[in-house]
Design a protein around this ligand. Sequence first.
Ligand code: SF4
Ligand code: SF4
Length: 238
Amino acid sequence: MRILDSCIGCKMCVPYCPMNAIEVVDKKAVIDLDECVECGTCLKAGVCPTGSLEMEETLPPARQLRKNFSDPWVSHPTTNVPGRGTEEMKTNEVTGRFKRGFCGIAAELGRPGVGTRFYDVEKVAKACAEFGVEFEPLNPVTSIMTDTATGAIDPQYHNEKALSAIVEFICPNEKVTAVLKRIKEVAATLDTVFSLDICCRADEDGTFAMDAYVKEAGIKASINGKTNIGLGRPRAND
Ligand code: SF4
Ligand code: SF4
């Protein structure tokens, strides 16, 4: 994102920036590039009277990474997945990914107004990797790992910032409580806000194995969780 000389300092764009990265100094808007996540919201708001906001056509890799994770209008180019997590985890599990005996877990770091740096994302990924979890290959965070066995993220991206990023993986039931406890420990060291998603198939009697693991880990589940009501045709047979 850049601002052209035609800016008249009207401040119309300022409240649209979710990272508070725009400031008007001497009647010219100035963007703090360390905070700007290239989301394009200021431009898409369409409020600039002089057409002074402009997205750069070609971004260097680190800036492009910010955009890939922060612009909600585009699919992530490395995975072709829209949004920051995969559909199975976030909305509708129709591919049979989550088998009986396993839970899907997603750690969501950052929100508009706060964002997240990738060194914090790596802290969570590495903590979960200690338990041999299987990171989701179609998740954008997995795509920038240099080693999915350790959860290490390419160092060139560690200090980059995004609106949010999701660490997503599958974990055998017997390890879920320990993983959740470890995530709680790491969460206390993060410089951002954090939420946790967990999902599994319902058992025959309508109960969910994950309920016990969440309780054992000392986590209070929110009543605002999403419920998969089986839209589409689930392909899991067992
Ligand atoms: S691109 Fe997004 S983060 Fe950057 S200045 Fe515009 S609204 Fe703010
Ligand atoms: S809306 Fe346009 S003219 Fe007004 S401060 Fe922002 S960039 Fe400058």
